[in-house]
Design a protein around this ligand. Structure first.
Ligand code: SAM
Length: 282
């Protein structure tokens, strides 16, 4: 008897993934958490019936959310990641030679625990001495950031804009993130599907442009996400995120164990198909 996981992605469209076994299932204080073993994608983390990542393709999203902002910044010593309790983006950020400290603010401790238990390859960076895991709501955490604790880079690795993550897609949140950034800081967030979330992406683009003076969108293909193409919205008052900063001149990127990101991918990810460019047009 075949067993399948079905993700209803838009109400009218979804994906189904054949599963070998349910490895774990629970309801935390915040969400339903399930770990499946699948035939095609290895182990898979699902939160509230939405695929977060699979072992086979997680590197794409984690490298792109972490490394495009970091390698655009001259020397990103302090990084704040909101969400991302699985540790995938932490693992990638630690590959930047300047990173000295990462605060990971994850609302649900159970995601951290489960990632450590079932996804050691993804959560490996969580035990690095440069990483501090803070169990908190990112919205509340940002309100308490003091002037001398500001960050070089802030990354939002959240679930979709429902439930505890809903407030992570609002203007107030983006404004408080800017206040927690140093004046030459870089902000980047996963901002959903250009195929199915055009209005959301357009709204966020306008907010980030208001705050930073310029907003840029870059994309990557994520096979199991709605529509297969995924967007990231990035803002900075100082750096042009399309360019890798010259402080990385001579860095041997091939030595960083990267399976998707490269200097060529960095710049080309900002070259958008016309239908995506349209979303960000004023
Ligand atoms: N990194 C994965 C990926 O490849 O897409 C998925 C993202 S990660 C699992 C999303 C995390 O955001 C979840 O662990 C969820 O608990 C966390 N989260 C949601 N709302 C939050 C909030 N307000 N503050 C902090 N973390 C939040």
């Amino acid at each position: 008897m075949e067993a399948w996981f079905f993700e209803n992605q838009t109400g009218n469209f979804g994906i189904k993934i054949r599963i070998k076994k349910v490895l774990h299932h629970e309801y935390s204080s915040f969400q339903e958490i399930t770990v499946y073993d699948t035939f095609e994608f290895g182990k898979m983390l699902v939160l509230d019936r939405a695929v977060m990542f699979t072992e086979r393709n997680e590197f794409i999203y984690h490298e792109m959310l972490g490394l495009v902002p970091l390698f655009s910044h001259k020397n990103p010593e302090t990084v704040l990641i909101i969400g991302g309790g699985d540790g995938g983006v932490v693992r990638e950020c630690l590959k930047n030679p300047f990173v000295k400290h990462i605060d990971l603010v994850e609302i649900d401790k159970r995601v951290v625990d489960i990632s450590k238990e079932f996804f050691p390859g993804i959560s490996a960076g969580l035990d690095d001495k440069r990483v501090q895991i803070i169990r908190d709501d990112g919205i509340e955490f940002l309100k308490r950031v003091k002037d001398n604790d500001k960050y070089d880079v802030i990354l939002i690795d959240s679930t979709d804009p429902v439930g505890p993550a809903e407030g992570l897609f609002k203007r107030d949140f983006y404004s408080s993130a800017e206040r927690a950034l140093k004046c030459d800081g870089i902000f980047s967030a996963q901002t959903e599907s250009p195929f199915f979330n055009k209005d959301l992406i357009g709204d966020i683009n306008k907010i980030i442009e208001d705050i930073y003076g310029e907003s840029s969108l870059y994309c990557a293909m994520i096979p199991v996400y709605p529509g297969g193409l995924w967007s990231f919205t990035i803002g900075s008052k100082k750096y042009r995120p399309q360019n890798i900063h010259k402080s990385y001149k001579g860095l041997d990127f091939a030595s960083l164990d990267l399976k998707y990101y490269s200097p060529e991918i960095h710049t080309s990810s900002f070259i958008l198909p016309n239908f995506v460019k349209e979303i960000c047009k004023p």
